[in-house]
Ligand binder design. Structure first.
Ligand code: PEP
Ligand code: MN
Length: 366
């Protein structure tokens, strides 16, 4: 059972709810705070075998209680638990994540040279973006492929991003030790920018990594759906992060592994955007680059990547992770799916137009 209190509820209300819950044998209350973009929200979760024996009416009549919901899903923290519940959303380093804000994380799949990073982020700045994607730790299929520059590139990478007004860099981590390396490099560069820790699809069920990302509250987490596991399993993976104490999670769809997706790299799964939004209160991201995986043009002249991205945005995604490279043929990872800097203004204009269409659709629906 989840008891949601009125926004900014005083501690006296929290204590009263907990005291009442504790009077039921075998039930222990657990308090969770969510710092949303509008207000702080407190929930009291009842834990125990026999929560079904506790009547909701006990709490429903209490002053300061907004709603009481019986929870059947195992992802109780990230779960929405009813369509009328709010998407929590959060703010990090001046960037807002939530239903009302579109964030586009464009950039290099793998950081290679300072020149390419400079060209990339100055283009982002020029086009009004303050979010980027930059891979330093790369999990690769073959041990002989480029594994990323690792921690050695972080100081100059963060300095360059900061100099061009980038506030949040989405960066994959493959080991919990990477979190400390990132923290240290940010400290050494005077917090030049911020980082959203990306958990890649290959690590979607690396529970120690998930717990490590959850046990710190500095960095938000961008979780990428497991490519070969059920949606339910991916949602439970996010619950690991939240249950360790970090509720600031963005859920990213990136296609699933199936030959049925051919000739695309993965089967594009953006029809699940509304599903994830209905089941969870997490802001949703889409990655059209790793879904489509190639630079093919449709007869209308638009790359398949644009079409896939538009499908995700018209379905309500509010974040985009997309590969760009100043010279895709020189990229050390995933060059064939990288958009060029010449495509950046057209891509942004198209995606902002689709986002506007989505907002118009939702306004017309109410
Ligand atoms: C990436 O975004 O760089 C990446 C490796 O993605 P995924 O984990 O979705 O394959
Ligand atoms: Mn990649």
């Amino acid at each position: 059972m989840v008891i949601t209190l009125e926004p900014n509820a005083p501690t006296a209300v929290v204590d009263a709810v907990c005291a009442l819950a504790a009077r039921h044998a075998g039930i222990s209350p657990r308090v969770h705070q969510f710092s949303g973009t509008q207000h702080a929200l407190t929930e009291v979760h009842l834990i125990g075998k026999n929560t079904h024996l506790v009547p909701t009416s006990v709490f429903e009549g209490m002053a300061g209680v907004r709603r009481v919901v019986r929870v059947s899903t195992r992802y109780r923290l990230i779960g929405r638990h009813g369509l009328d519940a709010a998407t929590a959303g959060f703010e990090y380093n001046g960037v807002t994540f939530g239903d009302d804000h579109l964030n586009i994380f464009a950039g290099l799949c793998a950081v290679d040279t300072p020149e390419h990073v400079e060209q990339m982020v100055s283009a982002l700045e020029q086009h009004g973006l303050n979010t980027a994607r930059m891979g330093a730790y790369k999990p690769r299929t073959s041990p002989y492929d480029f594994q990323g520059l690792g921690s050695s590139c972080l100081p100059w990478l963060f300095e360059t991003c900061g100099r061009h007004g980038i506030k949040v860099v989405a960066m994959e981590i493959t080991d919990v030790r990477n979190i400390d390396e990132i923290r240290q490099a940010l400290e050494d560069t005077g917090q030049a920018t911020g980082v959203m820790l990306q958990i890649g699809t290959r690590n979607a069920q690396n529970f120690e990594l998930l717990k490590g990302a959850g046990q710190q509250a500095t960095f938000p987490v961008l979780f990428k759906r497991g490519m070969g596991i059920s949606l339910e399993e991916s949602l439970n993976a996010c619950e690991y992060v939240a249950s360790e104490g970090n509720p600031n999670i963005v859920f990213c769809l990136r296609g699933v592994k199936s030959h049925l997706g051919e000739p695309h790299r993965n089967l594009v799964d953006f029809a699940h955007v509304p599903v994830v939004r209905r089941l969870t209160r997490l802001p949703v991201c889409i990655d059209p680059s790793h879904s489509v995986g190639k630079m093919a043009l449709a007869p209308d002249g638009l790359p398949d990547i644009y079409h896939a991205c538009a499908q995700g945005l018209i379905s309500g995604a509010s974040n985009v992770l997309v590969d760009f490279h100043p010279q895709p043929t020189l990229a050390l990872c995933d060059g064939p799916q990288a958009l060029t800097l010449a495509q950046l203004p057209g891509f942004l204009a198209s995606m902002r137009c689709v986002r506007q269409a989505y907002l118009t659709l939702t306004q017309a629906a109410v």
